[in-house]
Design a protein around this ligand. Structure first.
Ligand SMILES: *Cc1c(COP(=O)(O)O)cnc(C)c1O
Length: 461
């Protein structure tokens, strides 16, 4: 079977389910946005708080596999996966099936009131798929930010220390503690302080933006020096790091950075938390991005790719750390909701059965050569980077590293108008990122890359 065949059969029609039967094609039948989307935008303007933004100008009617169909009947190619969430494809059959069956049985009891098997099953599955063969336990929550908050609670409880170390360009969420841990002020923090205390920031390894080439081990030594001098290793409860940064610009640290940092954490009794909320669940071509460098974190935070679109998050880690907080110290009304757990089991099963880590590696092989070729023609593309199906291009003024956020926005808008859903990111707003569903058919991804090429032809010099 060819790669196309393997990826295409996933979205073959299944009885009674709407999403996955959708034709896997880009099809524009109106201008984008069309009249129905424009009418909804007008209603939204008077009903929805303007602090809540949207990337796309269209409103969604249905979605399946690698396409999103809007209320005007336009079929758009999805290179966002709802920010790395629907990696198994939108409305994936096993997710829909699990959700329907669970919703018909019971929708909520609260695991802290009356527990159920689905929660336990998800925790068993997480112990299996996360890095390391040590004894592991898990706790389930609703959002990524909540998972990060709880990882910090667990690390503080286990170590009896206060300090939390995060990195330049980091993104960990929008709650008070995770805002403090997030690096970028606009739009995440501006006007929302004061922020939680005892959060310290260390320099990241960002190869494209180093003044002179430095190895991963040297970049780690630079970070460790800052931590030692400004915080003191013995005061640090946890170091929290995204093994490939997400919102910060798909920054892949230089090889050796993560292992050196992990070794330092081990030697100082510091809990290493890998925030795999964006990188997890096959996205980077491995189940978790830490695996690319053989790093075994003490705690892993997960959310986005976990449950095929249902809100579910988790902290999984060393059993003795996870058991540090007193009984009743962790939890929440909705954490580990049974319908979300059923979705997660369907999503994890899909990833295992279809080997979606391998699909992510094939997507990298399909995308990176074309993006490098494009970079050869457009010097505004300063860097092509990423792992698996988490790939980005960083746009700059040709011949410099000076960010070009305007061009990034223009290229992205041109893609939207032509029916391809792209996202931007980066501390400087100058990174175009691509997060296709891992089940995207090869022909659809090729078509999306053609559109991207046309967008550069129109917008770039
Ligand atoms: C999205 C994200 C979060 C926050 O997750 P939410 O579910 O939006 O709260 C935290 N860390 C990383 C790395 C993320 O990508």
């Amino acid at each position: 079977m060819t790669a196309t065949d393997e990826r295409s059969h996933l979205i073959a029609p299944v009885g009674g389910v709407g999403g996955p039967t959708l034709p896997q094609e880009r099809r524009l039948v109106t201008e984008v946005p069309g009249p129905r989307s424009r009418a909804l935008a007008a209603r939204r303007a008077s009903a929805v708080a303007s602090g809540v933004g949207s990337v796309l100008p269209v409103y969604v009617e249905t979605a399946g596999g690698g396409v999103i169909v809007d209320v005007d009947g336009n079929s758009l190619i999805d290179l966002s996966s709802g920010i790395a969430v629907v990696s198994v494809g939108n409305a994936a059959p096993a997710v829909v099936d699990g959700v329907q069956r669970q919703a018909a049985a019971f929708t909520h009891t609260c695991f802290m009131v009356a527990p159920y098997e689905g929660y336990v099953q998800v925790c068993e599955a997480l112990a299996e798929v996360t890095p390391g063969d040590h004894a592991k336990k898990s706790a389930l929550f609703n959002s990524g930010a909540e998972a990060v908050e709880n990882a910090v609670k667990i690390a503080r409880s286990a170590t009896g220390r206060d300090a939390v170390v995060a990195f330049d360009h980091a993104y960990h969420g929008r709650t008070n503690l995770t805002m403090a841990m997030t690096a970028k002020t606009m739009p995440y923090k501006q006007g929302f302080g004061p922020f939680a205390g005892e959060v310290y920031r260390a320099p990241m390894s960002y190869p494209f933006r180093e003044r002179s080439p430095i190895t991963g081990a040297e970049a780690a030594a630079r970070a460790i020096d800052v931590i030692d001098k400004q915080v003191g290793g013995g005061n640090v409860a946890c170091v929290v790091i995204e093994p490939v940064q997400g919102e910060g610009g798909f920054v892949v640290p230089a090889e050796g950075f993560l292992p050196t940092l992990a070794e330092w954490c081990r030697s100082r009794g510091v809990v290493l938390v890998a925030d795999e909320i964006q990188t997890g669940f096959c996205r980077t071509g491995a189940w978790f991005a830490c695996e690319h460098e053989g790093v075994v974190p003490d705690l892993v935070t997960m959310a986005k790719g976990l449950a095929g679109g249902l809100p579910l998050a988790a902290v999984t880690g060393r059993a003795e750390l996870m058991d540090a907080p007193h009984a009743g110290g962790l939890g929440g009304t909705y954490g580990g909701n049974p319908v979300a757990c059923a979705a997660a089991l369907g999503s994890i099963e899909t990833m295992q059965k279809l080997d979606l880590a391998e699909s992510a590696r094939r997507i990298e092989q399909q995308m990176v050569p074309r993006l490098r070729e494009l970079a050869g023609r457009y010097p505004a593309i300063g860097d092509v980077r990423g792992r698996g199906a988490m790939i980005a291009v960083e746009l700059v003024r040709p011949g410099t590293t000076e960010p070009d956020a305007a061009l990034t926005g223009a290229v992205s808008a041109a893609c939207h108008a032509a029916g391809v859903v792209t996202l931007t990111c980066g501390t400087y707003g100058n990174v175009l990122r691509f997060l296709p569903p891992l089940v995207i058919p090869e022909h659809l991804l090729d078509d999306a890359l053609d559109v991207l090429e046309e967008a550069f032809a129109t917008c770039a010099r």
